[in-house]
Design a protein around this ligand. Structure first.
Ligand code: G3P
Length: 217
């Protein structure tokens, strides 16, 4: 499973990228706001750090305006994936932009039928939002599994980009189901390394090592 980082925080992206943990980046208007940066400038900087797909989201609601924004965003770098919302206009923009050879990430997906439409419109990525479904007492992970089954049934090439990943359990479950990509905030990716038994085991080893009175260096 590929790891995308869900942030426009350049320092956090660079740190994780140096560890080989970053296969791509996703941003959205809320993350741009959080960064306090200009969308074009920060996206260009991110594309200079990460060689994989970097999603940059359009902000118009009409297809023709989304297409114009998408073309402008795609000029930032060859690894831009234009992010469009899962509306009828967004699907039209997806079809046009993907026919032009751009990577397209269709976002705000909350149902299997929406994912089916995005695949038919030529999406490179579909972004089902796991955490936001859990927030309203639905099962976000069930949606990932349903989309996996449907895409495999018909051999759709659209990649399942599990988004709104909030917990380490979300990440493990996505990998078990076979999501192609998960995008998670930097702190969730860092937490994947944590386990209380690792901490306890290491503390015991350190205590015992001290008692040996030895040194390696
Ligand atoms: O990639 C989508 C993501 O940014 C949404 O996450 O936690 O705001 O639902 P969240």
């Amino acid at each position: 499973m590929k790891f995308f980082v869900d942030t426009a925080d350049v320092a956090a992206i660079a740190e994780l990228n140096a560890l080989g943990m970053v296969d791509g980046v996703t941003t959205n208007p809320s993350l741009i706001l959080k960064s306090g940066r200009d969308i074009l400038e920060v996206t260009k900087e991110i594309c200079g750090i990460v060689s994989g797909p970097v999603s940059a989201e359009v902000v118009s609601l009409k297809a023709d305006e989304m297409i114009a924004e998408g073309r402008k965003l795609a000029k930032i770098a060859p690894n831009i994936a234009v992010k469009v919302p899962l509306t009828w206009d967004g699907l039209k923009a997806c079809k046009t932009l993907s026919d032009e050879g751009h990577m397209v990430n269709v976002t705000l997906c909350f149902s299997a039928n929406q994912a089916l439409l995005a695949a038919k419109a030529g999406a490179t990525f579909i972004s089902p939002f796991v955490g936001r479904l859990d927030d309203i007492n639905l099962d976000g992970m069930e949606l990932i599994a349903d989309i996996r089954t449907i895409y495999d049934n018909y051999d759709f090439r659209t990649q399942i980009l599990a988004a709104s990943i909030r917990t380490v359990n979300h990440a493990a479950e996505c990998a078990r189901i076979g999501a192609d990509v998960m995008t998670a905030p930097p702190d969730v990716i860092r937490k994947l390394a944590s386990h209380p038994l690792t901490d306890a085991g290491l503390a015991q080893f350190m205590k015992d090592w001290e008692k040996t009175g030895q040194k390696i260096l």
